[in-house]
Design a protein around this ligand. Structure first.
Ligand SMILES: CC(C)(COP(=O)(O)OP(=O)(O)OC[C@H]1O[C@@H](n2cnc3c(N)ncnc32)[C@H](O)[C@@H]1OP(=O)(O)O)[C@@H](O)C(=O)NCCC(=O)NCCS
Length: 146
């Protein structure tokens, strides 16, 4: 299934809401570094990035319930990582309440929130939209993964 850039706002909001993730800060502007996949015009997976120079926030990863367990989530994360690497990102951060084990299995490690770079600390997710109980995780991207 192809992954494409800038999925349509209404579809993203619907999928995030269905998956229990926040839609509060999603705007057309925000979707600039978002990616989607799906068939027949229906969005079945989404992932987003907020880029801040050499660091970035990976966010809004969701796969439609009927499509889970087929590898879509993993492919979306890999795609976002490759895109971020191409933009010069060295460290990719995220917050999650529901998928810590999923991300741990994909090379992310939990770190204290106090270790967040300023740009990440200033994001809406970090400063309020995600609960303080969320796991804060990082993956340091290699320059040449293969
Ligand atoms: C997390 C999510 C995106 C994974 O998508 P997916 O397409 O099912 O993922 P994949 O098929 O690539 O991978 C499935 C693997 O992850 C595991 N997995 C899926 N969700 C998991 C979770 N919440 N916690 C731990 N492991 C999880 C599966 O057991 C499976 O393991 P395996 O690779 O060892 O077989 C999807 O479950 C989802 O949309 N969840 C609700 C929204 C959410 O929690 N998003 C993360 C917010 S940061």
């Amino acid at each position: 299934m192809d992954i494409y850039a800038r999925p349509e706002e209404a579809g993203v909001k619907r999928l995030l809401a269905e998956s229990g993730l926040t839609t509060a800060d999603i705007t057309a502007q925000h979707l600039h570094h978002f990616f989607g996949c799906g068939s027949e015009g229906r969005l079945e997976g989404v992932v987003g990035l907020e880029l801040y120079g050499t660091v970035a926030l990976l966010r809004s990863l969701a796969v439609a319930a009927a499509q889970r367990g087929l590898g879509l989530g993993s492919r979306l994360v890999e795609h976002a990582e490759g895109y971020a690497r191409g933009k010069g990102v060295k460290s990719l951060y995220l917050l999650t309440t529901t998928a810590e084990a999923f991300f741990r299995a994909r090379g992310y490690v939990r770190i204290p929130r106090e270790d967040a770079p300023g740009a990440i600390e200033a994001t809406g997710e970090f400063s309020g939209l995600c609960p303080v109980s969320s796991a804060f995780m990082v993956k340091h991207l290699e320059d040449n993964p293969h």
